[in-house]
Write a protein of this length. Structure first.
Ligand code: SOE
Length: 414
C-alpha cells in the first residue's frame, strides 16, 4: 500500500545511464499526473558502478541499490523488472525476470539478434499464461502527436497508404574523436544506427500504419572505422558474462578528458548509417534513413505518410505538432494544417496542462509507465509486446542481410 491508499507496484530497474534516468523520472511522475490503479514504487536500482547508481538513486528516490541484477529479479518486493541496459544483456535479464514471475519492461531494440528476440518472446508468452506482462520500450509511440497520427490513419483520414517516408537523424558520431562507447560495438549493441535509432522508425511506421514491413533493400556504411578507446572502458568484454548491470560508458560526445591517448584506438564494429527501401503489407512504398552523421541534426525524427485521401507529417524537433492534409478539401483552401496536439481530447493530454502548454521528450516515458501500469492493473496485454519487438528485429536482420549483398530484395519472415 502507498500513502494514498492505492496498492503499490514494486519496480526494480537495471541500469542507470541515459535510459535509466529517463525511466526513473517516469516511474516517479506517473502517479502524480495520472490516476493509476497501482502506484509505482521505486524499490531497487541495480548498477555495477555503485557510486553512479547511488547518485541516480538519491536524485530520483530509489529505496535501495544493488550491484547485480541477479538478486534484483528474485526480490519479493519487486513486481516489475525494468531493463535499461545495452542490448547484450536484455535476453538474459528479461528471461530470468519473466521466469521469476516479474512483469518486464525492456528497452529497445528488444535484443541484439532475432534468435534472442524469439527466445524472449517465447518466455513472454509462457509467462503471460500466469498473468505476467511484458512490454518493449519503443517510447516514441507515446508522443501524443504520434498517437494521434495512428488514430487518424485508423479512422481513414489518409485513406489507402501509398508512401511512408521516415528518417531518424543524429550527429553525435560525426566527430572521429568520439570514443568507442558501447553503442559502437556490435557485441554490446547488436548493430549501430540501424538498431539504435532505425529500430524506432521501423516501429513507429508499423505502429502508425497498423501494417508490417514485408521486404527491404538496404545499404549500411561505417564512415569512421577506428576510434579512441576511453580510459577505463573495456571494449571487448561483454558485461553479460560478469553479471554487471550497466554499460561502462554511454558518452555521446567527443573525447577529451575521458579519452587517454595511451589507451589507443579500437575498431568500430557497427554501422554508422543505414538507408533502405521497404514495402508494407498494404502495398505502400517506403524509404528509411537512420544516421549518426547528419551534422546539425541532434535527434530529428521525421515521418510522412501519403495516402489516397490525405497526408500526415511529423517532426520530433516540433514534437507537439502534427501536420495534416485533407486531399478531399477544396484545393484553393487546402494544404497542410498545423495541428497543435495539446487539446484535452488528444492522446494523454487530459492529464497535463491547459491547451498550448507543450510537452517534451520525458513525457513519452511517463506515458509508457502509465500505460504499462494500467495494463497490469487491468489484466490486459500491454503494447508494444515482445512479439512487436521481434517483428522489428526481423526487419533489422533483413536490412543487414540485404546490405551484406545476400540478396537485393530481402523478404521479412513473419
Ligand atoms: C542514442 O542514439 C539514443 O539515446 C537512442 O538510444 C534512444 O533510443 C533515442 O531515444 C535517443 O538517442
Amino acid at each position: 500500500m502507498t500513502l494514498d491508499g492505492k496498492p503499490a507496484l514494486g519496480i526494480g530497474m537495471v541500469g542507470y545511464s541515459f535510459m535509466g534516468v529517463a525511466h526513473s523520472h517516469a516511474w516517479r511522475d506517473a502517479s502524480s499526473f495520472f490516476d493509476v490503479a497501482l502506484v509505482p514504487r521505486l524499490r531497487v536500482l541495480a548498477g555495477r558502478n555503485e557510486q553512479a547508481a547511488r547518485d541516480v538513486a538519491s536524485r530520483f528516490g530509489w529505496e535501495s541499490v544493488v550491484p547485480d541484477w541477479q538478486s534484483l529479479v528474485h526480490r519479493t518486493d519487486v513486481d516489475l523488472v525494468d531493463v535499461c541496459t545495452p542490448g547484450d544483456t536484455h535476453a538474459e535479464i528479461a528471461i530470468a525476470a519473466l521466469e521469476a514471475g516479474k512483469h518486464v519492461l525492456c528497452e529497445k531494440p528488444l535484443a541484439n539478434t532475432v534468435a534472442e528476440a524469439e527466445a524472449m518472446t517465447r518466455a513472454a508468452d509462457r509467462a503471460a499464461e500466469s498473468g505476467v506482462r511484458s512490454m518493449v520500450g519503443f517510447t516514441y509511440r507515446r508522443v501524443p502527436a504520434i498517437a494521434l497520427a495512428r488514430r487518424l490513419v485508423a479512422d481513414g483520414t489518409v485513406g489507402e497508404i501509398r508512401h511512408v517516408r521516415a528518417q531518424y537523424l543524429q550527429d553525435w558520431a560525426s566527430d572521429p574523436d568520439v570514443p568507442l562507447n558501447w553503442r559502437l560495438q556490435k557485441e554490446r549493441a547488436g548493430s549501430g544506427a540501424l538498431g539504435d535509432i532505425g529500430a524506432h522508425i521501423v516501429d513507429l511506421t508499423q505502429f502508425i500504419t497498423g501494417e508490417r514491413i514485408t521486404g527491404v533493400s538496404a545499404m549500411l556504411d561505417t564512415f569512421v572505422t577506428e576510434r579512441p578507446v576511453a580510459e577505463g572502458d573495456s571494449v571487448s568484454t561483454p558485461n553479460s558474462l560478469s553479471g554487471a548491470a550497466d554499460a561502462p560508458s554511454d558518452k555521446l560526445s567527443p573525447a577529451s578528458a575521458a579519452t587517454s591517448a595511451s589507451a589507443g584506438r579500437g575498431q568500430v564494429t557497427v554501422d554508422d548509417a543505414a538507408t533502405f527501401l521497404a514495402r508494407f503489407t498494404g502495398g505502400a512504398m517506403a524509404t528509411f534513413e537512420a544516421t549518426r552523421f547528419a551534422s546539425g541534426r541532434k535527434n530529428s525524427i521525421r515521418i510522412e505518410i501519403n495516402g489516397s485521401a490525405g497526408s500526415l507529417a511529423f517532426d520530433f524537433e516540433d514534437m507537439n505538432v502534427l501536420h495534416v492534409h485533407d486531399h478531399t478539401e477544396d484545393p484553393a483552401r487546402g494544404g497542410f494544417r498545423r495541428v497543435l496536439v495539446t487539446e484535452s481530447d488528444h492522446p494523454y493530454l487530459a492529464a497535463w496542462w491547459p491547451p498550448g502548454h507543450l510537452l517534451g521528450y520525458e513525457h513519452s516515458f511517463t506515458h509508457q509507465a502509465v500505460d504499462l501500469v494500467t495494463a497490469i492493473a487491468d489484466g490486459a496485454d500491454p503494447w508494444p509486446s515482445f512479439a512487436d519487438g521481434l517483428a522489428v528485429q526481423r526487419v533489422l536482420a533483413a536490412v543487414e542481410a540485404s546490405a551484406a549483398g545476400k540478396s537485393v530484395w530481402t523478404e521479412v519472415p513473419t
